[in-house]
Design a protein around this ligand. Structure first.
Ligand code: PGA
Length: 255
Protein backbone atom coordinates (compact mmCIF):
# COMPACT_ATOMS: atom_id res chain seq x y z
CA UNK A 1 0.00 0.00 0.00
CA UNK A 2 1.35 3.36 -1.00
CA UNK A 3 0.44 5.83 1.71
CA UNK A 4 1.12 9.50 0.97
CA UNK A 5 3.53 10.87 3.59
CA UNK A 6 2.18 13.61 5.85
CA UNK A 7 4.49 16.09 7.58
CA UNK A 8 2.86 18.39 10.12
CA UNK A 9 4.40 21.28 12.07
CA UNK A 10 2.99 21.77 15.56
CA UNK A 11 3.87 25.32 16.51
CA UNK A 12 2.33 24.96 19.97
CA UNK A 13 2.01 28.29 21.87
CA UNK A 14 4.79 30.03 19.95
CA UNK A 15 5.19 32.97 17.54
CA UNK A 16 3.40 36.29 17.11
CA UNK A 17 0.68 36.47 14.48
CA UNK A 18 2.90 38.42 12.08
CA UNK A 19 5.82 36.02 12.56
CA UNK A 20 3.49 33.05 12.08
CA UNK A 21 2.04 34.45 8.85
CA UNK A 22 5.54 35.21 7.58
CA UNK A 23 6.73 31.69 8.42
CA UNK A 24 3.69 30.17 6.68
CA UNK A 25 4.43 32.30 3.58
CA UNK A 26 8.03 31.15 3.43
CA UNK A 27 7.04 27.51 3.92
CA UNK A 28 4.39 27.88 1.18
CA UNK A 29 6.92 29.32 -1.24
CA UNK A 30 9.53 26.66 -0.53
CA UNK A 31 7.30 23.59 -0.08
CA UNK A 32 4.65 23.92 -2.75
CA UNK A 33 6.73 21.96 -5.26
CA UNK A 34 6.83 18.86 -3.05
CA UNK A 35 3.57 17.37 -4.28
CA UNK A 36 4.25 13.82 -3.12
CA UNK A 37 3.92 14.78 0.54
CA UNK A 38 1.03 16.37 2.43
CA UNK A 39 2.21 19.41 4.41
CA UNK A 40 0.20 20.66 7.38
CA UNK A 41 0.84 23.65 9.66
CA UNK A 42 -0.69 23.82 13.12
CA UNK A 43 -0.46 27.37 14.45
CA UNK A 44 -1.91 28.71 17.68
CA UNK A 45 -5.64 29.37 17.22
CA UNK A 46 -5.57 33.17 16.83
CA UNK A 47 -3.40 32.96 13.73
CA UNK A 48 -5.30 30.19 11.99
CA UNK A 49 -7.48 32.53 9.96
CA UNK A 50 -4.76 34.83 8.55
CA UNK A 51 -2.60 31.80 7.80
CA UNK A 52 -5.44 30.00 6.01
CA UNK A 53 -5.90 33.15 3.91
CA UNK A 54 -2.17 33.35 3.20
CA UNK A 55 -2.07 29.69 2.11
CA UNK A 56 -5.08 29.94 -0.22
CA UNK A 57 -4.32 28.32 -3.55
CA UNK A 58 -1.43 26.29 -2.12
CA UNK A 59 -1.64 22.59 -1.24
CA UNK A 60 -0.56 23.26 2.36
CA UNK A 61 -3.29 22.60 4.91
CA UNK A 62 -3.87 24.01 8.38
CA UNK A 63 -4.65 22.16 11.63
CA UNK A 64 -6.00 23.36 14.95
CA UNK A 65 -4.10 22.13 18.03
CA UNK A 66 -7.13 21.09 20.06
CA UNK A 67 -10.92 21.25 20.03
CA UNK A 68 -13.99 20.64 22.14
CA UNK A 69 -16.31 17.76 21.31
CA UNK A 70 -19.56 19.70 21.55
CA UNK A 71 -21.15 21.32 18.52
CA UNK A 72 -21.49 24.68 20.24
CA UNK A 73 -22.54 26.19 23.53
CA UNK A 74 -21.41 27.49 26.90
CA UNK A 75 -17.78 26.29 26.91
CA UNK A 76 -15.76 29.42 27.56
CA UNK A 77 -12.38 29.37 25.87
CA UNK A 78 -13.02 26.33 23.69
CA UNK A 79 -13.02 25.79 19.91
CA UNK A 80 -15.82 23.81 18.28
CA UNK A 81 -14.98 21.52 15.35
CA UNK A 82 -17.56 23.39 13.24
CA UNK A 83 -15.71 26.65 13.93
CA UNK A 84 -12.40 25.00 13.08
CA UNK A 85 -13.91 23.82 9.80
CA UNK A 86 -15.36 27.28 9.18
CA UNK A 87 -11.91 28.84 9.66
CA UNK A 88 -10.55 26.60 6.90
CA UNK A 89 -8.73 23.87 8.81
CA UNK A 90 -8.59 20.40 7.26
CA UNK A 91 -7.10 18.75 10.37
CA UNK A 92 -7.06 19.02 14.18
CA UNK A 93 -4.50 17.57 16.57
CA UNK A 94 -6.16 15.79 19.51
CA UNK A 95 -4.77 13.97 22.51
CA UNK A 96 -1.35 15.60 22.40
CA UNK A 97 0.67 14.50 25.43
CA UNK A 98 0.91 18.09 26.64
CA UNK A 99 -2.87 18.26 26.70
CA UNK A 100 -3.12 14.88 28.39
CA UNK A 101 -0.49 15.71 31.01
CA UNK A 102 -1.10 19.41 31.65
CA UNK A 103 -4.82 19.77 30.91
CA UNK A 104 -6.23 16.40 31.93
CA UNK A 105 -7.36 15.26 28.49
CA UNK A 106 -8.60 11.68 28.81
CA UNK A 107 -8.82 8.84 26.30
CA UNK A 108 -12.61 9.18 26.41
CA UNK A 109 -12.40 12.90 25.59
CA UNK A 110 -10.12 12.15 22.67
CA UNK A 111 -12.67 9.64 21.36
CA UNK A 112 -15.49 12.20 21.58
CA UNK A 113 -13.37 14.82 19.83
CA UNK A 114 -12.50 12.38 17.03
CA UNK A 115 -16.22 11.66 16.58
CA UNK A 116 -17.25 15.34 16.34
CA UNK A 117 -14.35 16.25 14.07
CA UNK A 118 -15.37 13.55 11.58
CA UNK A 119 -18.96 14.77 11.79
CA UNK A 120 -17.64 18.12 10.54
CA UNK A 121 -15.34 16.63 7.90
CA UNK A 122 -12.20 17.62 9.78
CA UNK A 123 -9.50 14.93 10.00
CA UNK A 124 -8.22 14.23 13.51
CA UNK A 125 -4.51 13.75 14.08
CA UNK A 126 -4.80 11.43 17.08
CA UNK A 127 -1.71 11.53 19.32
CA UNK A 128 -0.82 8.51 21.42
CA UNK A 129 2.34 7.56 23.28
CA UNK A 130 3.85 6.21 26.45
CA UNK A 131 5.84 7.91 29.22
CA UNK A 132 9.37 6.86 30.11
CA UNK A 133 8.10 5.00 33.20
CA UNK A 134 5.59 3.11 31.09
CA UNK A 135 8.25 2.16 28.54
CA UNK A 136 10.63 1.00 31.26
CA UNK A 137 7.81 -1.08 32.75
CA UNK A 138 7.27 -2.71 29.32
CA UNK A 139 3.81 -1.13 29.12
CA UNK A 140 4.27 0.67 25.79
CA UNK A 141 2.02 -1.48 23.63
CA UNK A 142 -0.70 -1.73 26.31
CA UNK A 143 -0.72 2.03 26.77
CA UNK A 144 -0.86 2.97 23.08
CA UNK A 145 -3.41 0.24 22.44
CA UNK A 146 -5.74 1.55 25.15
CA UNK A 147 -5.34 5.13 23.90
CA UNK A 148 -5.91 4.16 20.29
CA UNK A 149 -8.84 1.80 20.78
CA UNK A 150 -10.72 4.37 22.86
CA UNK A 151 -9.93 7.19 20.42
CA UNK A 152 -11.34 5.34 17.40
CA UNK A 153 -14.11 3.40 19.16
CA UNK A 154 -16.90 5.57 17.75
CA UNK A 155 -15.57 5.80 14.18
CA UNK A 156 -16.62 3.73 11.18
CA UNK A 157 -14.17 2.01 8.84
CA UNK A 158 -13.79 4.90 6.47
CA UNK A 159 -13.35 7.41 9.27
CA UNK A 160 -10.62 5.26 10.78
CA UNK A 161 -8.91 4.93 7.40
CA UNK A 162 -8.77 8.70 6.89
CA UNK A 163 -7.73 9.55 10.46
CA UNK A 164 -4.06 10.23 11.08
CA UNK A 165 -2.39 8.60 14.09
CA UNK A 166 0.67 10.27 15.63
CA UNK A 167 2.83 8.02 17.76
CA UNK A 168 4.74 10.33 20.09
CA UNK A 169 6.69 8.73 22.92
CA UNK A 170 6.41 11.32 25.70
CA UNK A 171 10.08 10.88 26.62
CA UNK A 172 11.09 12.00 23.11
CA UNK A 173 9.05 15.22 22.94
CA UNK A 174 11.15 18.36 23.20
CA UNK A 175 13.98 16.39 24.79
CA UNK A 176 16.25 15.89 21.79
CA UNK A 177 15.95 12.17 22.52
CA UNK A 178 14.39 10.46 19.49
CA UNK A 179 13.18 6.89 19.42
CA UNK A 180 15.46 4.92 17.14
CA UNK A 181 13.86 4.11 13.79
CA UNK A 182 13.63 0.46 14.90
CA UNK A 183 11.99 1.37 18.23
CA UNK A 184 9.47 3.59 16.46
CA UNK A 185 8.78 1.03 13.71
CA UNK A 186 8.08 -1.65 16.33
CA UNK A 187 5.34 0.50 17.91
CA UNK A 188 3.98 1.63 14.54
CA UNK A 189 3.71 -2.00 13.41
CA UNK A 190 1.77 -2.81 16.58
CA UNK A 191 -0.52 0.19 16.05
CA UNK A 192 -1.35 -1.04 12.56
CA UNK A 193 -1.98 -4.54 13.87
CA UNK A 194 -4.42 -3.17 16.44
CA UNK A 195 -6.30 -1.44 13.61
CA UNK A 196 -6.24 -4.70 11.61
CA UNK A 197 -7.88 -6.50 14.54
CA UNK A 198 -10.67 -3.91 14.81
CA UNK A 199 -11.21 -2.85 11.20
CA UNK A 200 -9.44 -5.37 8.97
CA UNK A 201 -6.30 -5.22 6.91
CA UNK A 202 -7.58 -3.08 4.02
CA UNK A 203 -8.54 -0.25 6.37
CA UNK A 204 -5.37 -0.55 8.44
CA UNK A 205 -3.19 -0.31 5.35
CA UNK A 206 -4.73 3.07 4.50
CA UNK A 207 -4.12 4.70 7.90
CA UNK A 208 -1.21 7.10 8.01
CA UNK A 209 0.85 6.85 11.19
CA UNK A 210 3.17 9.75 11.97
CA UNK A 211 6.10 9.62 14.33
CA UNK A 212 6.66 12.59 16.63
CA UNK A 213 9.30 13.44 19.20
CA UNK A 214 12.47 15.40 18.38
CA UNK A 215 12.17 14.87 14.62
CA UNK A 216 14.94 16.89 12.96
CA UNK A 217 16.41 17.23 9.45
CA UNK A 218 19.17 14.80 10.40
CA UNK A 219 16.97 11.94 11.60
CA UNK A 220 13.82 12.22 9.47
CA UNK A 221 15.13 10.21 6.54
CA UNK A 222 15.96 7.14 8.64
CA UNK A 223 12.64 7.32 10.49
CA UNK A 224 10.68 7.70 7.25
CA UNK A 225 12.43 4.76 5.65
CA UNK A 226 10.67 2.42 8.10
CA UNK A 227 7.73 0.56 6.61
CA UNK A 228 5.00 1.75 8.98
CA UNK A 229 6.20 5.33 9.51
CA UNK A 230 4.17 7.50 7.15
CA UNK A 231 5.01 10.98 8.32
CA UNK A 232 6.17 13.19 11.14
CA UNK A 233 4.58 15.50 13.68
CA UNK A 234 7.28 18.09 14.26
CA UNK A 235 7.45 20.52 17.17
CA UNK A 236 10.66 22.50 17.72
CA UNK A 237 12.05 21.98 14.23
CA UNK A 238 8.85 23.33 12.65
CA UNK A 239 9.46 26.82 14.02
CA UNK A 240 12.09 27.77 11.47
CA UNK A 241 11.55 27.50 7.72
CA UNK A 242 14.96 25.98 7.02
CA UNK A 243 14.60 22.98 9.30
CA UNK A 244 10.93 22.37 8.50
CA UNK A 245 11.49 22.57 4.73
CA UNK A 246 14.41 20.15 5.03
CA UNK A 247 12.12 17.72 6.86
CA UNK A 248 9.42 18.07 4.18
CA UNK A 249 12.04 17.62 1.46
CA UNK A 250 13.78 14.72 3.15
CA UNK A 251 13.57 12.57 0.04
CA UNK A 252 15.03 15.15 -2.30
CA UNK A 253 18.07 17.27 -2.62
CA UNK A 254 17.55 20.30 -0.46
CA UNK A 255 16.84 23.51 -2.34
P1 PGA B 1 9.27 18.11 19.31
O1 PGA B 1 7.69 18.09 19.56
O2 PGA B 1 9.49 17.86 17.83
O3 PGA B 1 9.71 19.46 19.74
O4 PGA B 1 9.86 17.00 20.14
C1 PGA B 1 6.86 17.15 18.92
C2 PGA B 1 5.42 17.34 19.35
O5 PGA B 1 5.19 17.67 20.53
O6 PGA B 1 4.49 17.15 18.55
Amino acid sequence: MNRKPIIAGNWKMNLSISDGVALASTIRDRCSRYRDVDVVLSPQAMMIWPIVKRLEGSPIQVAAQNCHWAEKGAFTGELAPAQIKDAGCAYTIIGHSERRQLFGETDAAVGKKARTLHDQGVIPIICIGETLEQREAAQTINVVSQQLVTAISDLNDDEVATSVIAYEPVWAIGTGRTATPAQAQEVHRNIREIIVRHHGDAIAQRVRIQYGGSVKPNNVRDLMSEHDIDGALVGGASLTADSFVQIVAHREDID
